[in-house]
Design a protein around this ligand. Sequence first.
Ligand SMILES: [Zn+2]
Length: 286
Amino acid sequence: MKKSLLLAILPVLALGVFAASEKKLSERDLVLANMPKIEAPKKKHQILCFSKPYGFRHGSIEIGETMLKVMGEKTGLFEVTVSEDLANFEPGNIKKFDAICFNNNTHIQKGFKDEALRESLISYVKNGGGVFAIHSATDGGWPEYVDMIGGNFNGHPWGAGGTWDIANEDPKHPIVKGVHEGKGFKLKDELYQYKDFDRSKQRVLMALDMKSEVNGKKKGNRKDNDYALAWVKEYGKGRVFVSAFGHNKEVFYNPEILKMWVEGFRYILGETEVETASISKPDSKK
Ligand SMILES: [Zn+2]
């Protein structure tokens, strides 16, 4: 290559490398900038982040992993092991973790084909393990998994390109009281309707506001019109937090959603005690 040509393309090469690294850094930086600070945790917990989808693969899986790493580093709450290896769920291995984050898996039953592996996960949670389920981690599962999660994907009338009205149904609850100061808010994300959902088995924190005009333009298929989007529940001695939010990448650096997620982790890790008794559906608030 002629020296003059090399000199001419060097700045272009350098710019390309810079642009690529800047793009990669910027998502992490956005998560970092918007991650809330919390009081020092009692201990540093160990988390497994399991992101493998067996159906549709969400484009937000990677930023979900980034979000967990940043949350662990900034809050000191946990160290995260990111892995797609099902061997982590074997009885001798799963006990190394204080909680599992199911990060946008789909149709997880197709991975957990082995009955013993299913039993290992369920008994781990029943014996005190934590579960944090993001978005399509609620899409699929075998009966005990669905029972543990508390709902199963049944379509998403409210699509990823829309901006929807969310009701904070439990504005004094520690996990969501800080989210938009406990008030309702708008969020651009893909929102699910659930089957195998029983409000009496969990404490719903957030739901679609069905008095909202924009939400009401889409028809859900539940007779009770109850479209829960975030909840906590006890499962045996274990603790479960579920967030239907998490399709769009932007959700992973939304400061208000991060406030809820940090508190969700504090609960499932036993750093905080919160009410988990079911509450009936309040009137939707705007
Ligand atoms: Zn989705």
